[in-house]
Design a binder for this molecule. Structure first.
Ligand SMILES: [Zn+2]
Ligand SMILES: [Zn+2]
Length: 328
């Protein structure tokens, strides 16, 4: 479907009484919990934390992400690098780094954060890997590792975001875990941080060829679009999603009331109009000089909005209707 080809309404089957409801998309997006079944009056969309057990990977993953990841997996060299480098030493080092430097969250440690994590994991049907809080002034969150991933949020993120926003961000990271992104994303981060100089130690110098790097950078951006969809599904709130991205891009706690969602959305569409492939790659290179693992927030809002305006988003939130009773 072309970008300007916007569907205006979607037919949703009530998961309780099986009545088909015609829902106007734009109006529904303004208040998703208010979308009710015309017959039984129950909310048509699952926006209050209930598990979305029937939602499939194909419903969440952005087609760009799927395509690019399939291409990456076919590059034999990339697989070798990941196996030799990430599968063993780097993975252990990364885990040790978190265990030794950060706080591991659990039922007794930061239980409020833990509860939000379990909510997001339950909603997205993901077995939650270990969660850590790292002390840094950069608002950030990431999932790292090869075979055994870990998820980390920074202290700045907790300080700048409310519980719903944090739940959404955790859902974003858990979507990376669910869709099998973490190993390849770890490779990108290591590449950007210059850690692949370690390849020399493993006798693999020169293996990360430019074409592989470029393919990885392109996919990295596309994997964000998928995780953003997971984030939208976690909270079931478009406004929450946009606010979070605005906070990541340049939000301040002090002037939070001064930040305008509508103006940021306008900016997002302008950013999409400016996009070209080389510009995105260049933006990735810039990451190497920052601690941020989630770039291009404004650009991503454009894509998340497009998805939220699609029947696919509404169908995922509506879920499957109960099987009909067979009479006679
Ligand atoms: Zn109903
Ligand atoms: Zn991400």
């Amino acid at each position: 479907m072309a970008d300007n080809d916007v569907t205006t309404a979607v037919t949703l089957e009530c998961r309780f009484c099986n009545t088909k409801n015609r829902v106007p998309i734009e109006r529904a997006l303004k208040d998703l919990p208010a979308v009710k079944c015309g017959s039984c009056g129950i909310g048509l969309l699952r926006v209050h934390g209930e598990p979305l057990a029937d939602v499939t990977d194909d419903q969440i993953a952005h087609p760009f992400d799927r395509e690019a990841l399939d291409t990456l997996k076919k590059i034999p060299l990339a697989a070798t690098i990941i196996e030799k480098l990430l599968g063993s030493t780097i993975d252990k080092l990364a885990r040790f780094r978190m265990m030794a430097n950060a706080i591991r969250v659990g039922p007794k440690q930061a239980p409020r954060l833990w509860a939000l994590y379990l909510e997001a994991a339950g909603r997205l049907n993901v077995d939650p890997p270990p969660l850590f809080i790292a002390q840094t002034p950069v608002i950030n969150a990431w999932a790292m590792g090869a075979g055994q991933p870990t998820v980390t949020v920074t202290t700045a993120l907790i300080e700048h975001m409310d519980d719903r926003a944090i739940c959404g961000v955790l859902g974003h990271e858990l979507t990376h875990v669910r869709l099998g992104h973490v190993t390849y994303r770890t490779l990108v981060i290591l590449m950007l941080q210059g850690a692949l100089r370690l390849l020399d130690v493993f006798g693999l110098a020169g293996m990360v060829l430019k074409p592989i790097q470029i393919a990885l950078y392109r996919w990295y951006q596309m994997s964000e679009l998928s995780a953003d969809r997971g984030e939208l599904l976690t909270t079931g709130s478009l406004e929450q999603f946009v606010r979070t991205q605005m906070t990541l891009a340049g939000g301040t706690a002090r002037w939070a009331d001064d930040l305008d969602v509508a103006a940021f959305i306008e900016q997002a569409h302008e950013a999409e109009a400016m996009r070209d492939g080389d510009l995105l790659l260049w933006a990735m290179e810039l990451l190497s000089s920052s601690e941020r693992t989630h770039p291009l927030n404004v650009w991503r809002v454009h894509h998340a909005l497009r998805w939220a305006q699609s029947p696919e988003f509404f169908q995922a939130l509506a879920g499957k209707a109960a099987p009909r009773a067979i009479s006679g």
